[in-house]
Ligand binder design. Structure first.
Ligand code: GTP
Ligand code: MG
Length: 202
């Protein structure tokens, strides 16, 4: 996928009835404001093709980005932002759930967590649901630029323990410094090249 970044094309914003593109797809999920859209911009080398905001709740629909014939990246709305009215949160939840359970081309879900914070129950629920559906997961800890070296080791270890991750996760990432970019691309490329999942869907 990485080698097709120069062919990047924004496909559109969707709540339902996403286009069937018949290409490997990788989704970016996580709490509101965790840095999903920023991570996508950094990976894609673009300033704001995935729109970001300091106010949580910026991304409210599913935004699809196509990389030539290699694959598609999906920027999902965030979850868990208390100031968003419950009925709106419910709507996003339905959008995310329906996407994750029906999207045939899905090969990997990148679950972003804030490296500085303790993971929330909602993060756990998402991981649990993805594991249950046999969908491969990559946990990425964002905003590591805000952590001191000493804290980083402890925080990343706590996230690893909380979610029972292998020792190569969470991947430490910063959209500000670009740290972790290559490591994430390597995982995205491997997932896109892997055979389709048998599992997740119907
Ligand atoms: P929603 O679309 O609302 O779910 O949020 P999101 O997860 O897409 O977050 P977004 O990328 O919009 O970033 C939220 C805020 O965090 C913005 O103010 C970003 O500038 C900031 N941010 C994102 N990633 C990083 C990072 O790696 N380091 C630092 N220091 N700030 C970051
Ligand atoms: Mg966003």
């Amino acid at each position: 996928m990485h080698d097709a970044v120069h062919q990047l094309q924004f496909i559109g914003s969707f709540h339902e009835e996403l286009p069937e593109l018949d290409l490997p797809e990788i989704a970016f999920a996580g709490r509101s404001n965790v840095g999903k859209s920023s991570a996508l911009n950094r990976l894609l080398g673009r300033k704001n093709i995935a729109r970001t905001s300091s106010t949580p709740g910026r991304t409210q629909s599913i935004n699809l980005f196509q990389l030539g014939e290699r694959g598609v990246l999906a920027d999902l709305p965030g979850y868990g932002y208390a100031k968003v009215p419950q009925h709106v949160q419910d709507k996003w939840k339905r959008t995310i759930e329906s996407y994750l359970t029906t999207r045939r081309q899905l090969r990997l879900v990148v679950v972003l967590v804030d490296a500085r914070r303790d993971p929330t129950p909602l993060d756990g629920q998402l991981l649990f649901a993805l594991q249950g559906a046999n969908i491969p997961i990559l946990v990425v800890a964002t905003k590591v630029d805000k952590l001191k070296k000493s804290e980083r080791f402890r925080k990343l270890g706590a996230i690893r323990k909380e979610f029972g991750l292998a020792k190569d996760q969470p991947v430490a990432f910063s959209s500000v410094t670009g740290e972790g970019k290559q490591a994430v691309w390597d995982r995205l490329d491997a997932a896109a090249a892997a055979p389709p999942l048998e599992s997740s869907v119907d």
